[in-house]
Design a protein around this ligand. Sequence first.
Ligand SMILES: [Cu+2]
Length: 203
Amino acid sequence: MRASTTTKRQCLRQIVTGLLLCAATLSSWAAVQRLQILNAAGQPLSNAAVAVFVKGVSATTTGKTVDMGQRNKKFVPPLIVIQTGTAVNFPNFDTVRHHVYSFSPIKPFEIKLYSGRPAAPVVFDKPGTATLGCNIHDSMVGYIHVVDTPYFGITNEQGLLELDLPSGDHRVRIWHPSMTETNPGQEFRATVGNGPVTLQLRN
Ligand SMILES: [Cu+2]
């Protein structure tokens, strides 16, 4: 009886030690990495969609929901990057009604003239880019860039982006609204983990 309790305790201790080791390994496995994206002229490129593909990390779809609103007759933010399977809500914060649509092959849809929050979000289940417009206000344009990876973001005014990434050689894809929606973006190989990574777009 006593021997069995001791064995159980030892066993438990081993499990706890194992979990702690596992947690320590995981925390060193992923770390905040800084990326800077430059345009072909070597200038920092803001508002660029960056997706990092890590070998062995599956692109399982997510069940997340995010917002892309309309304010002062503009889509806010004008570009969002989402993982495949994400649902997007299009809340209208203006007093005028909007009529949001997309003719893009990855997700054609329309939400007819509405105020406030539409009844249901739109699920983006294919990778690529959808261009959004409003039937009433021709100047309104927005982009939804859908990626098959959980690692993604948008560069700031300095062309910078920080992502929690494992070290290693990864495939990086960059898309920018100055490219067409059918352009999948430019691909790079980047070694992550040895300091900031700078990637410059080719012409
Ligand atoms: Cu509108």
